[in-house]
Design a binder for this molecule. Structure first.
Ligand SMILES: [Zn+2]
Ligand SMILES: [Zn+2]
Length: 483
């Protein structure tokens, strides 16, 4: 498993992810997606949207606003329950999550060794005096306050007056935008149970301890589905969605052995949930949540019906009864997903005695699909042909032209950002005084480093097949072996 520092450094060096407001020292918990990062993340979101909405007849999409009526958060329970218990150090004033105090090494001035300072591993007692941590884990000196509940929602004001009546919140989840639009979607789209509404959008949580790069941030993007089912069929649908979502990640390249399911314990369940299971990924910092799939029961619709006074029921034509549907919620993180795809794609190999770093992205997710490279940048006919070919390919794929280094270096650069195919235009392609042009170009595969030669006029047709995974077949036809 690659360590996170390598991923962070590659991301910065190659334009995937930068620290937010870096020239001002950064914010510590916000990140910006650079030119390649935005392509990658957009591709992840596009794949999710296509699979969740466009390929299904029982799903529709939604894009609701970030700012909502403040009563939404009272009804949803976020105003009263979306809190973490916090303690403060009376000496150094640092703030900690009360339930995470034992998760890190703690500083200890040991009486048994004349007050020498030690860093004691997480959760363990001191080797010398045998005591466990009671004081501040960071400074080792201060008393900690009693835990206080700290709401994780970002508070703001709607309109020009900053008073209590204008208080609202940045949404802490996209789900509520779906619940409050349940009736609108039901009526306008004439939906029949079971059906789902999908949404991708930003959410905000004032996390006390953000960290692990883009894994836990205060501003993040969710990809959420609320799937409405008749009560009684909820358990079966929950399992179906778990299976479906678990199979989604390997479809785009995540290795099966890096995924697992983790069932929530009864005391860990959110107040609205009947059952929740997390799809976890083996990130560099260990197994962590990639997506949660929860059975939210009829809690949200009933709450919003009660608080808004509007009926949020479904009329069942068969039984002629009004019912409140149950909800299955597969809730994925676009940032976490993107990070997992990045980490899983990272490879270091040795090729002819040199280190090769490669991101073996599924072509669907790769930020750049094709790089068109001229073998000689001083040969006008080569450059002209390459640029024209790149322009043509751009009509269909994200293609780039690069002539800023030798061909070997250009290949390595494209490997490092995960470009699946390079197309090289050389002297043979355009011909010279000695030999006529063959009008063919070389296509090189990132994964096998094999090369095939195809007519310029059929590059697009061949490329379509290659993007769908036909390299082995086409290379075999040409009798190509690994070089
Ligand atoms: Zn302290
Ligand atoms: Zn001690």
């Amino acid at each position: 498993m690659v360590d996170m520092d390598k991923i962070v450094s590659l991301c910065k060096r190659r334009g995937f992810i930068f620290q937010s407001s870096e020239i001002y020292g950064g914010t510590g918990s916000c990140w910006d997606y650079g030119p390649l990062g935005v392509e990658l993340k957009n591709n992840v979101k596009r794949a999710w949207w296509r699979d969740s909405v466009q390929f299904r007849s029982d799903m529709v999409g939604l894009d609701s606003s970030i700012l909502m009526h403040p009563r939404v958060w009272k009804a949803s329970g976020h105003l009263d329950h979306f809190t973490d218990p916090m303690v403060d150090c009376r000496a150094c004033k640092k703030r900690f999550r009360a339930d995470k105090l034992e998760d890190d090494t703690w500083v200890h001035y040991c009486e048994a060794t004349k007050g020498n300072k030690f860093a004691v591993p997480a959760g363990e007692p001191c080797n010398h005096c045998g005591t466990k941590r009671t004081l501040c884990p960071a400074c080792g000196k201060g008393d900690l306050t009693e835990p206080r509940q700290f709401n994780l929602m970002f508070k703001t004001f709607m309109g020009p007056v900053e008073d209590d009546a204008a208080v609202t919140y940045l949404r802490p989840e996209t789900a509520q935008g779906i619940f409050v639009n349940f009736e609108n979607v039901l009526q306008s789209m004439r939906m029949k149970l079971p059906f789902g509404i999908a949404q991708i959008g930003k959410a905000f949580r004032n996390e006390i301890t953000p960290g692990n790069f883009t894994f836990r941030t205060r501003e993040f993007e969710q990809m959420e589905i609320e799937y409405f089912v008749p009560p009684g069929s909820d358990e079966e649908w929950h399992q179906r969605w778990l299976d479906e979502r678990f199979a989604w990640y390997p479809k785009y390249g995540i290795r099966q052995e890096n995924l697992r399911l983790r069932e929530h314990e009864k005391d860990e369940l959110a107040h609205y949930a009947k059952r929740t299971a997390d799809i976890e990924y083996l990130f560099p910092m260990g197994w962590s949540e990639l997506e949660g799939v929860a059975n939210r029961t009829d809690f949200d619709l009933k709450q919003h019906a009660q608080f808004s006074g509007k009926s949020l029921e479904y009329f069942d034509e068969e039984t002629k009864q009004k019912i409140v549907p149950y909800v299955i919620e597969p809730s994925a993180g676009a940032d976490r997903g993107t990070l997992a795809f990045l980490v899983d794609a990272y490879r270091e190999e040795e090729v002819k005695g040199e280190k090769r770093v490669v991101l073996n992205f599924n072509p669907e997710l790769a930020p750049i699909k094709i790089a068109v490279l001229p073998l000689l940048k001083k040969n006008e006919r080569i450059v002209e042909t390459a640029k024209k070919l790149c322009t043509d390919l751009r009509q269909r794929w994200h293609a780039v032209y690069d002539d800023t280094a030798s061909i070997g270096r250009l290949y390595r650069r494209q490997d490092e950002v995960g470009t699946p195919f390079c197309v090289t235009v050389d002297v043979q392609t355009v011909g010279d005084d000695k030999s006529p042009s063959d009008d063919k170009v070389t296509i090189r595969s990132r994964d096998t480093m094999q090369q095939i030669r195809v007519p310029v006029t059929s590059v697009e047709t061949v490329m379509a097949k290659l993007m769908a995974g036909a390299w082995g077949e086409i290379a075999a036809e040409q009798g190509v072996t690994k070089n």
